[in-house]
Write a protein that binds this ligand. Sequence first.
Ligand SMILES: Nc1nc2c(ncn2[C@@H]2O[C@H](COP(=O)(O)OP(=O)(O)OP(=O)(O)O)[C@@H](O)[C@H]2O)c(=O)[nH]1
Length: 308
Amino acid sequence: MSSPESTGQSAGFIALIGEPNAGKSTLLNRMVGAKVSIVTHKVQTTRARIRGVAMEGNAQLVFVDTPGLFQPRRRLDRAMVAAAWGGASDADVVVLLIEAHRGVTEGVERILEGLADVGQGRKVALAINKIDRVEAPVLLGLTQKLNELYPFAETFMISAEKGHGVDVLRKWLADELPEGPWLYPEDQIADLPMRMIAAEMTREKLTLRLHQELPYQLTVETENWEERPDGSARVDQLVYVVRDGHKGIVLGNKGETIKAVGKAAREELEEFLGRRIHLFLQVKVRANWLEEAERYTEMGLDFKDGNT
Ligand SMILES: Nc1nc2c(ncn2[C@@H]2O[C@H](COP(=O)(O)OP(=O)(O)OP(=O)(O)O)[C@@H](O)[C@H]2O)c(=O)[nH]1
């Protein structure tokens, strides 16, 4: 075991929480940039899904999702709160994102109640987002009010969209993470272009849906990515299979498999990017794939006739 002293590395989980629309995705994308690992979509902590990994000096910041808690709903009892806070209770540091112009809403009050439990034993920072939308005195008043309601370790004023204050927050987070070896090898957090990340999301949904039927026999490529004036994007992807017979499996009865896969992939992509995506999938047969024999052998698979 390498001792942390010898590597100087630190690493930990960070949960971004806040009401819907607070700017969590925007902030995450700012902090992580394109440094999103393929494994982000595969690896799970006990409860939370990994959304992205950022490096800051010698620190590895692993951002986790906190799904499902912050939708408007009736008051949660304590047990439900504890269960629903999944990601946050797995995290070393929690960042609560508040919208500057909305202030302390009912939703924020609910989150603060939950934090009273989950925040114990971990640092919780306050990030007041969308500061571009308010005047300074409003910010000062809000900072004071929120710090009276919860003992935040630190308060940051940011604009996730414009990038103000984001670097300062990221540096602070890096300093707060425990010393220890990185959770992901460096080569797993490559700068992946968005097209590849999107293709990987679709491939993952296909494999989940088809289970073991066609695990390594399909590839997904993003053929076209077209920005639209309304802020959305049209994404065209090709799903390649090696045989005609596999096409039917991927399409499913009346196309229902590919439809469900497309929907799931689109939703993940939209969540990841924080904007609307129109995703179009097409299935094609690419027989010469079989010629890439070496690749299959590396995977310990043999797809030659008779063995599939
Ligand atoms: N003016 C302004 N708008 C922002 C800022 N940060 C985010 N937004 C906008 O706020 C909206 C919501 O941002 P998201 O990042 O999708 O928020 P979210 O918290 O991930 O939302 P959910 O996915 O619904 O939980 C988007 O339209 C962003 O462009 C900011 O600093 N200033």
